[in-house]
Structures are given as structure tokens and as C-alpha cells.
Design a protein around this ligand. Structure first.
Ligand code: CDP
Length: 226
């Protein structure tokens, strides 16, 4: 019987470092890294572009039927993959403030999740993966061999996200950013379908006072049995 590929699920609240940590782990282990948030962001971008009501679940599903959201492996791309909506490649659009403000509304719809989760599972079926999101350990890959719930204080998360945005040339007000992060966490934790919460068998890591390198080292240690 074929041995199951190793799957590492990393869930956690907004800006807790999932992407930074996930990328390091995937790179060191030579696994694929998939940031599922990028898929919800891509659909939100499509909805805003076409002026689709973010509460209209069926219209949102139609949008991803018309312009399928796909993640293609590309080891030369900064993240190790590229995100497409139909034939359009998406980059900076995914982290615009309008997309960030709308994404939790889009991600709360069960039919939207059903569709994108199907795609995420298909990617995992192809081999070893580090997958980051909100419901990876609980819903998308409940049999993942390693599950991490990554947290950090709100202050640390606001500071990190602000620095990330500044590094890409976007200046944001810290107060506004804090409110956005709190509101997104609230919506993600309280939605009826696949709310953000740690899986019962997840290891919680608080990254407030530790570097992404250290967190990644801990996860790699779990996998390699160090
Ligand atoms: O990087 P950041 O923490 O800002 O968020 P993200 O991972 O890009 O996710 C953006 C939004 O997508 C989240 O706030 C959730 O509303 C949604 N999301 C989700 O519902 N389920 C996932 N597996 C991943 C993201």
C-alpha cells in the first residue's frame, strides 16, 4: 500500500506568521507550501472587480465557476506558487485593503468553502504539503500527521503585518490595521461553517517572543523526530 504523503497543517489568526513559518518549513523539507488564504482573497478580488455583492453566495460560486481559482506550482516564484483567477495572474491585488476588508465575508459562505476546500484537498493529494489557513487541521486535512495552531499577541501581529506591508511599499495606519485584524479574527472565529479554532490534536505555538526561524525549527523537529 502506498504510504500517505506527509501533510503539515498550520492554522491561526490573522498575521500570526503562518506564511513566513510555513514557507521556511516547506523550503527546508522540500514540500509544497500552500497559503489557502490566497484563494479566498482571489475570489474576493474577483467579486470586487465585478461589483458582486459579497453576501450573494450563489453569485460568488458562479464567479469561481467562470474564472476558476488555481494555484500553480512554480519554484521560481517568491512563494513557490502562483495564483490565477481564470487566466489572470494575481499578485499585489491579493493584499489590497479592499480585498482584506471583504475576505472574511466571502470566506464565511459554506458553498464557497466547499468549492475551495475541494481544490485544496486535490493539491494535498498530489504529495507532501505545508498548508496554512484557518480550518486546515479541523476540516481540510483532518488526518494531517502534524498540526500546529500558531498564535501571537495582537500587538505582535499588528507590528509584523505593518512591517510586511511597509516592506512592499504600502503604508498603513497602525490603529486602523489593529481594528481590521481584530474584526477579521472575530468574523473568522464566529462563523457557523469551519470557524477558526485549534484542532483537538494540534500543538499550539505562541510566536510572540520567538522568531519565525525558531518556530519553523520546532515544527521541523516534530516532523524529523528531533
Ligand atoms: O495572512 P492573513 O492572516 O492576513 O490572512 P489570510 O491567511 O490571507 O486569510 C485571509 C482570510 O481568508 C481570513 O481572514 C479568512 O477569512 C479566510 N480564510 C479562511 O476562511 N480559511 C482558510 N483556510 C484561509 C483563509
Amino acid at each position: 500500500m502506498k504510504e500517505a504523503a506527509t501533510h503539515i497543517a498550520i492554522d491561526g489568526p490573522a498575521a500570526s506568521g503562518k506564511t513566513t513559518v510555513g514557507r521556511i518549513v516547506a523550503h527546508r523539507l522540500r514540500f509544497l507550501y500552500l497559503d489557502t488564504g490566497a484563494m479566498y482573497r482571489a475570489l474576493t478580488y474577483l467579486a470586487l472587480r465585478s461589483e458582486t455583492d459579497l453576501d450573494n453566495e450563489r453569485a460568488l460560486v458562479r464567479l469561481c465557476e467562470y474564472d476558476p481559482i488555481r494555484v500553480k506550482l512554480d519554484l521560481d516564484a517568491p512563494n513557490g506558487y502562483r495564483v490565477f483567477a481564470g487566466t489572470q495572474e494575481l499578485g499585489a491585488e491579493l493584499v489590497s485593503s479592499s480585498v482584506t476588508s471583504g475576505v472574511s465575508t466571502v470566506a464565511a459562505h459554506p458553498l464557497v468553502r466547499e468549492r475551495l476546500v475541494m481544490e485544496q484537498r486535490a493539491i494535498a493529494a498530489e504529495g507532501p504539503v505545508v498548508m496554512a489557513g484557518r480550518d486546515i487541521g479541523t476540516v481540510v486535512l483532518p488526518h494531517a500527521q502534524y498540526k500546529v495552531f500558531l498564535t501571537a499577541s495582537l500587538d505582535a501581529r499588528v507590528t509584523r503585518r505593518r512591517e510586511e506591508l511597509q516592506a512592499s511599499g504600502v503604508n498603513v495606519d497602525a490603529h486602523r490595521l489593529r481594528e481590521d485584524i481584530e474584526e477579521r479574527d472575530r468574523l473568522d472565529q464566529t462563523r457557523a461553517t469551519s470557524p477558526l479554532r485549534p484542532a483537538a490534536d494540534a500543538t499550539t505555538i505562541d510566536s510572540t517572543d520567538v522568531t519565525a526561524e525558531e518556530v519553523a525549527g520546532k515544527i521541523i523537529g516534530m516532523v524529523l523526530g528531533a
